[in-house]
Design a protein around this ligand. Structure first.
Ligand code: CA
Length: 465
């Protein structure tokens, strides 16, 4: 009897230990892929079919496509600051792209993601993840803001907001140099940057297949400069506009790279255990040949074309395939959703995002009642079907996005009660924010002009970069 009991105890211990080990193995890997300045309609599932992006499309076919997804800013750096901290970036003064136009009381030492903020990589690292940032950083050029000091174990990328895709022939300023952790990769070794970022992503997966990992893969494609490989240009010989043709080639190259990364994940048997996000950092830019389709406005504006982006997510076995999710979601949701996937509860104070998993599993209700934006003189709020834009002392703009996705009819005069309600919400949110720690070098006038109703059509929009 005693012997039997011992045997039973042994079996139980083995079972428990096995479950624990299995539990560790099952901690999901997390990959956040970011593209840069891509047009909303340039992803096949959000617009036209001109550019083959079958690998990005796979995420939607095998996971979720969000149709009302927003970033927190219509330009690169503040958008990324929101994503990576899970907080509205204005809470810590990161309202504009980094610049030397400082607010009173601040110095150049302050230009970066405030060191008191923790990043998604800090969270993952604290939970035993191996972390890497690949590609564009743009969250502070000084050493104290370097990715390796912000929760990342590895960095393969550059500090600035853009750089050439091919090697520079002249001496390179530090912000544009390609870093491999703390060493600079000699320019002559740079073949084509998008390929190199992909290769590093693949090598990282291969090295970390037996432990949980977190990857922030921030391609600088398809930001300017417009530079593509001839082999990719040849694919689009039928496109006569040179900028558009180069842009298409860059986009297609990035998609092929993402496909290779997915193959690596599959070949290592990690497909069931990897949560993947894909998001574009802001709307199509005025200078890169992108196309925002039906959305009004472009990068830099509070129109939908500035802030509504392609956003996809896949977690095989955990999220059903082929979901189309229409309620508004935000880049802020990436952090809490990732934490939930890892099994870490998030306090309300930690961030402004929402764990999306319950909603994808069929929970009723909406992740967000309201979403807010502000960059200097221009601010906006989305609440259900309504969106209000407030630009300095210009007339208030109010749109019903359910019936007017292109924001052509300003309904403010007809709906004074709604205007008042949304203005109140916006100013309440603003009370929670810090003042910007630095300002945009573009000045206010450009932003004011680009939000005027009389600016109609892409050609006019492009005159206001
Ligand atoms: Ca961007």
């Amino acid at each position: 009897m005693i012997r039997l009991c011992k045997l039973f105890l042994c079996a139980l211990l083995i079972l428990l230990f096995g479950t624990l080990v299995q539990g560790q193995v099952q901690k999901p890997n997390i990959i956040v892929i970011v593209s840069d300045d891509a047009g909303y309609a340039d992803f096949q599932l959000y617009g036209h079919k001109e550019i083959p992006t079958p690998n990005i499309r796979r995420l939607a076919n095998e996971g979720v496509r969000f149709t009302n997804a927003y970033v927190t800013a219509s330009v690169c750096a503040p958008s990324r600051a929101g994503l990576i901290t899970g907080r509205y970036q204005q809470r810590f003064g990161f309202e504009h792209n980094p610049s030397s136009k400082l607010a009173p009381g601040f110095t150049l030492e302050d230009v970066g993601v405030d060191l008191k903020q923790s990043t998604i990589a800090d969270d993952m690292k604290a939970n035993g993840y191996r972390t890497i940032a690949i590609g564009k950083w743009h969250l502070g050029n000084l050493d104290k803001y370097f990715p390796l000091k912000r929760g990342f174990d590895e960095f393969y990328g550059f500090r600035e907001g853009h750089r050439d895709f091919f090697s520079y022939k002249e001496k390179v300023k530090d912000g544009f140099a390609l870093y491999d952790n703390y060493s600079i990769v000699p320019e002559e070794k740079i073949s084509y940057l998008t390929d190199m970022l992909t290769e590093r992503a693949i090598a990282f997966v291969d090295h970390n297949k037996t432990n949980p990992f977190f990857m922030y893969l921030a391609y600088n494609a398809v930001h300017t400069p417009l530079q593509a490989k001839q082999i990719d240009m040849d694919q689009f010989g039928n496109i006569h506009d040179k900028d558009r043709r180069t842009y298409d080639a860059m986009m297609h190259n990035m998609d092929k790279g993402i496909g290779k990364l997915f193959e690596t994940i599959k070949n290592n048997g990690l497909e069931q255990n990897t949560l993947i996000f894909f998001i574009n950092d802001n709307g199509g830019a005025t200078n890169n040949g992108s196309d925002n389709g039906a959305l009004r406005g472009m990068k830099g504006s509070k129109w939908e074309g500035g802030i509504r982006v392609a956003f996809l997510m896949k977690w095989a076995g955990q999220i059903k395939s082929g979901i189309v999710y229409d309620n508004p979601v935000s880049a802020l949701d990436i952090l809490p959703t990732s934490l939930a996937a890892v099994g870490v509860p998030m306090s309300k104070e930690r961030g402004d995002g929402v764990n999306l998993l319950p909603f994808l599993h069929g929970s009723s209700g909406k992740p967000h009642q309201d979403l807010f934006w502000r960059r200097g003189v221009a601010a906006a709020v989305r609440s259900g079907r309504w969106k209000l834009i407030r630009v300095k002392s210009d007339p208030i703009l109010l749109f019903d996005l359910k019936t007017d996705i292109s924001e052509t009819k300003n309904l403010a005069a007809k709906n004074p009660k709604k205007v008042k309600e949304l203005l109140t919400k916006l100013s309440q949110w603003e009370k929670e924010l810090d003042q910007p720690h630095w300002y945009s070098i573009m000045g206010d006038e450009n932003q004011i002009r680009k939000h005027r109703m009389e600016v109609v059509g892409r050609e006019m929009e492009k005159m206001l970069p």
